[in-house]
Design a protein around this ligand. Structure first.
Ligand code: ADP
Ligand code: ZN
Length: 520
C-alpha cells in the first residue's frame, strides 16, 4: 500500500472528505475482504473501487455492462492522471495490444471490461499473468433475473472467485430491494462479503404522480410552470412515443432530443453528448437511456408512461438532482398503462415464475401510484427502510388527496363487468354504465342489461377512475388474451355482497393548485 485512502481522495480526486460509508467500504476492500455496496444513484459508488485501485498494488478490473459508460469514466480518470483503459469489442487491435502490454507490465491502475469479454478464456489467461488488486462488479443488479437490466453473462461472474482466489471482489448497485440484494449475494457467491446499505432517501427530489388525461399537454404545463429553462429527462414506453413526444416538444418551443435503441449509435451518442454538455435540453427516451449517465444538474425526470416496477421508477427518477439541489420526479399514468404493461408481460416468453414476480412488481408500482398517504414512505418502505414521519416533500404530503366512499360506484362498476360477460374493456363498460347508444352497445344488445345507464350520475373520467383503482387494487384483473377485457377477481366478492366498503381517491389531473374532479 502506498498512499492512504484519504491522501488519494485529496491529492488525486481533489475532494475534501469521504461521503457516507465510502471510507468503510474502501478500508474493507483494501484489507482484502469482499463487499456488497448498495447506494443510490449519485451516492458515489465509483470512488469505492477507484480509491482502492490506487491504494493497492496491481490492477483493478472493473466489470461494467455498457461500453459508453466505461468510456466516460475512463476519460475523466485519465484527466486526473489515473492509468485506466478499457478492453471491449470496439477496441482496435493495435490499441488492444498496447493495453495488454501495459497490463502485463503492471502499468494499469484500472482495466474496464464488459462481462462477456472478461469471461473469455483468452482474457482469463491474460489475467492469470497479471498482478490483480481487486474485481469491481458495477451495476451488479444486472445479475438479477427478475430485474429489468438482466444480463445473462453476469451470472458467470461467480467464476472469478475460483479462478482468482484471494482477490477481493466488490459488487455495487443502486437497485436493491431485499430480493435483489439477496440474489446478488447468492449469484455472485459473495458469502462473506460485508454489506453496506446507504439510505435510499433522495430528500431533494419532490415526487408527484397524477392521472393521465392528455399526457403531453400535462407535461408541457408542468415544464412551463416549474422547469421553463431546465434540463431533464422524459421517459416513454415505446420508440414511437419517444419520437412523437420529442417532435411535439420542439414544436412547443422546447429543445428536445430523442433517445432509443432503434436509433443509430452515432445519433444516440450525439444526443447524449449534447444532453450532457448543453443547458436546458430535454432528452426524451425509452429506458435504454440513463444507466451511468452522470449529469449532476438534471432538474426533472418525467414519466409519460408507467414504469414496470418501483425499482425502475426509483432508478429512473434517481437521475434527477444528483447535485443535491431541488429536483422533481413527475409522472402521469392511467389504466391504459396497466393494460399495456400487462400485455407486454404476458407476451414475453418468461417462465410463469418470472411472470408472477413481474406482476407483483407492477402491483407494487401501482400501489405507489394509488396511495393516499406519503409517497416517500411507500417508496422507502419498499426498500426496507421504513420512515416514521411523513416526508412533507411529495404531492400527497403537500396537498392530501381527498377520498370518497366509492362502495356503491364500485358495485355498479363490478356488476357491469359481470353482466356483460367479462368480455369487455373499460371504454365499453363505461359506455354501458352511462347508457350511451354506441354501435357496440347495440351490436351486443347491452342496452338490455340491468346495468345499462345506471351510472349517469358520474362523468366518464370518474368511471374510468373507479375502474383504474379497482384494477390497481386487485379487485379486477385485466385479461390480456381478451385484449384488455376486465374480469372479476375473487377479491371483489365481499364488496359485491356488501360486506366491505371501499374508499377511493379523488383524481387529480393537474398538479397542486388545479381543481380535481369530484363526484357529486
Ligand atoms: P454513483 O456511481 O453512485 O451513481 P458516482 O460515483 O458517479 O455515483 O458519484 C456521483 C458524483 O459524486 C460524482 O460527480 C462524483 O465525483 C461525486 N463524488 C463522489 N464521492 C464524492 C466525495 N467524497 N466528495 C465529493 N464528491 C464526490
Ligand atoms: Zn411525503
Amino acid at each position: 500500500m502506498t498512499d492512504s485512502a484519504l491522501e488519494i481522495l485529496h491529492n488525486t480526486f481533489g475532494y475534501e472528505s469521504f461521503r457516507g460509508f465510502q471510507e468503510e467500504v474502501i478500508n474493507t476492500v483494501i484489507q482484502g475482504l469482499d463487499a456488497l455496496v448498495l447506494m443510490p444513484t449519485g451516492g458515489g459508488k465509483s470512488l469505492c473501487y477507484q480509491v482502492p485501485a490506487l491504494a493497492l498494488a496491481g490492477t483493478t478490473v472493473v466489470v461494467s455492462p455498457l461500453i459508453a459508460l466505461m468510456e466516460d469514466q475512463i476519460s475523466s480518470l485519465k484527466q486526473l492522471g489515473i492509468r485506466a483503459e478499457s478492453l471491449n469489442s470496439g477496441t482496435p487491435y493495435p490499441e488492444q495490444q498496447r493495453i495488454e502490454q501495459e497490463l502485463l507490465t503492471g502499468h494499469l491502475d484500472l482495466l474496464y471490461v464488459a462481462p462477456e469479454r472478461l469471461l473469455t478464456e483468452s482474457m482469463q489467461r491474460l489475467l492469470d499473468q497479471v498482478k490483480l488488486a481487486l474485481f469491481a462488479i458495477d451495476e451488479a443488479h444486472c445479475v438479477s433475473q427478475w430485474g429489468h437490466d438482466f444480463r445473462p453473462e453476469y451470472l458467470q461472474l461467480c467464476r472469478l472467485k475460483y479462478r482468482y482466489p484471494g482477490i477481493p471482489r466488490i459488487a455495487l448497485t443502486a437497485t436493491a430491494d431485499l430480493r435483489t440484494r439477496k440474489e446478488i449475494a447468492e449469484r455472485l457467491e459473495l458469502d462473506n462479503a460485508r454489506v453496506f446499505v446507504d439510505s435510499f432517501n433522495r430528500s431533494n427530489i419532490f415526487y408527484r404522480i397524477s392521472q393521465k388525461k392528455q399526457g403531453k399537454q400535462q407535461l408541457l404545463r408542468f415544464l412551463q410552470k416549474e422547469h421553463p429553462d431546465d434540463s431533464g429527462i422524459v421517459y416513454c414506453l415505446s420508440r414511437k412515443r419517444v419520437e412523437d413526444t420529442a417532435r411535439w416538444l420542439n414544436e412547443q418551443g422546447r429543445l428536445a432530443l430523442p433517445y432509443h435503441a432503434g436509433m443509430s449509435n452515432e445519433e444516440r451518442s450525439r444526443n447524449q453528448q449534447r444532453f450532457l454538455k448543453e443547458d436546458g435540453l430535454i432528452i426524451v427516451a425509452t429506458v435504454a437511456f440513463g444507466m451511468g449517465i452522470d449529469k449532476p444538474d438534471v432538474r426533472f425526470v418525467a414519466h409519460l408512461d408507467l414504469p414496470k416496477s418501483i425499482e425502475a421508477y426509483y432508478q429512473e427518477t434517481g437521475r434527477a438532482g444528483r447535485d443535491g439541489l431541488p429536483a422533481t420526479a413527475w409522472m402521469v399514468y392511467g389504466l391504459q398503462d396497466v393494460v399495456l404493461l400487462r400485455q407486454i408481460q404476458a407476451g414475453s416468453n418468461a417462465s410463469p415464475e418470472i411472470q408472477r414476480v413481474e406482476q407483483q412488481k407492477l402491483d407494487a408500482m401501482l400501489s405507489l401510484c394509488e396511495v393516499t398517504s406519503c409517497r416517500r414512505q411507500v417508496l422507502l418502505n419498499y426498500f426496507d427502510e421504513p420512515m416514521d414521519e411523513k416526508c412533507g416533500h411529495c404531492d400527497l404530503c403537500l396537498e392530501p388527496v381527498e377520498t370518497w366512499d366509492g362502495t356503491e360506484a364500485a358495485r355498479k362498476a363490478l356488476s357491469c363487468v359481470y353482466r356483460t360477460g367479462q368480455l369487455f374493456g373499460v371504454s365499453h363498460l363505461v359506455d354501458v354504465l352511462m347508457g350511451k347508444e354506441t354501435t357496440k352497445v347495440s351490436q351486443f344488445g347491452h342496452q338490455h342489461t340491468s346495468t345499462y345507464g345506471i351510472g349517469k350520475d358520474y362523468k366518464q373520467t370518474e368511471w374510468r377512475s373507479v375502474y383504474r383503482q379497482l384494477v390497481a387494487r386487485g379487485y379486477i384483473n385485466v385479461d390480456i388474451e381478451g385484449h384488455g377485457s376486465l374480469k372479476l377477481n375473487e377479491r371483489c366478492r365481499p364488496l359485491l355482497k356488501g360486506d366491505e366498503r371501499i374508499l377511493l381517491r379523488q383524481d387529480r389531473y393537474e398538479h397542486a393548485s388545479t381543481k380535481s374532479t369530484k363526484p357529486v
